[in-house]
Write a protein that binds this ligand. Structure first.
Ligand SMILES: C[S@@+](CC[C@H](N)C(=O)[O-])C[C@H]1O[C@@H](n2cnc3c(N)ncnc32)[C@H](O)[C@@H]1O
Length: 307
């Protein structure tokens, strides 16, 4: 999983910077370097490998990008929309985004006081996040996320994070320059720590909605332990109802889902694309396996763009 890279591109965009003050479509001009910012958060189930295929569904005329199952929000960072809403039910994740947006200097200071190591990891893991001030809480999340096994977020029934340490293979903590770049990208993003329906209720004309829910596949549970963000059958029905509602309002959406009966249920009547993606099994083995992935949409994709 690649994280935390800030790359300078030879594309220039002063217009984009100016358009950052409102949500009007951007006219690009050739004066300032456009920076590609990648997520600083590792996330099991991240769609990083599918970015070129996913990005084909975005069109420049869309006014706002909406992602109710944000996770690491890798498509958001890749597309760099002028205006966005990111939501996720994971409160620690969303608190961290909020702190990076509003208080990045304090988060950087907190992280600077943390050295890489299993002992510190286990101490932070034991610490009740509610006992910490917000910036320290965000730093705790970033630290655990960076050094945990496979970017998993899993808690026990008491809500305590319980993913094992995997620090030796995870690189280093995000650099201040990366965190500041993420903070700039979040400046004009509305962050919603809630169920996806609360995000979808805000959607209107001009929006594009990307939905990447957790897999809920019959007979194939992705994690065998308790998982507070597991997607249930009822959630799948709620999602399908929203897809129909969005289609009725002619609001473009894209859903990515594991190839499965559930994906067939979700895709009935919509356009589908079947893809194969090679990924680590996000559980207890390091085996890399080819998975079927389905893209479901009420619009057709454009040309493949190299991301
Ligand atoms: C497959 S991950 C999204 C990964 C993301 N596309 C990325 O590239 O990193 C699914 C996300 O949905 C969130 N989630 C689970 N149930 C949810 C719900 N009912 N409402 C909103 N978010 C939910 C999880 O916390 C998780 O971050």
């Amino acid at each position: 999983m690649q994280v935390g890279i800030v790359r300078e591109l030879s594309v220039f965009s002063f217009g984009r910077l100016m358009a950052a003050w409102n949500c009007t479509p951007t006219v690009y001009s050739q004066s300032m370097p456009q920076v590609v910012v990648e997520p600083v958060i590792r996330w099991a189930g991240s769609k990083r490998k599918l970015l070129p295929q996913l990005a084909r569904y975005w069109r420049p005329e869309f006014k706002r990008y909406v992602e109710p199952f944000a996770g690491s929000a890798c498509l958001f960072f890749r597309l760099h929309p002028e205006c966005a809403v990111l939501g996720d039910i994971n409160q620690e994740l969303m608190l961290t985004y909020r702190q990076m947006k509003a208080n990045v200097g304090a988060v950087i200071t907190e992280l600077a006081g943390l050295r890489k190591g299993k002992r510190i990891y286990l101490r932070l893991r034991r610490t009740d996040p509610n006992s910490l001030p917000p910036a320290a809480r965000a730093a705790r999340f970033l630290y655990l996320n960076r050094f945990c096994f496979n970017g998993l977020y899993r808690t026990n029934e008491a809500g305590q994070f319980n993913v094992p340490y995997s620090g030796r293979r995870c690189g280093n903590l995000p650099e201040p320059v990366e965190l500041r770049a993420v903070a700039r990208r979040l400046r004009r993003v509305t962050l919603v720590a809630s169920d996806f329906e609360d995000v979808l209720r805000r959607v209107g004309p001009g929006d594009f909605v990307y939905m990447d829910p957790p897999f809920r596949v019959n007979g194939r549970r992705m994690f065998t332990q308790y998982d507070s963000t597991a997607f249930k059958h009822t959630d799948l029905f709620r999602l399908r109802r929203w897809m129909e509602a969005l289609a009725k309002q002619r609001i473009p959406f894209l859903v990515s889902y594991a190839g499965s009966e559930e994906a067939q249920f979700l895709s009935d009547g919509f356009n589908t694309e079947n893809l194969k993606v090679r990924r680590n099994i996000a559980g207890f083995t390091e085996r890399r396996v080819l998975f079927d992935e389905v893209l479901i949409s009420n619009i057709t994709p454009g040309e493949d763009v190299s991301c």
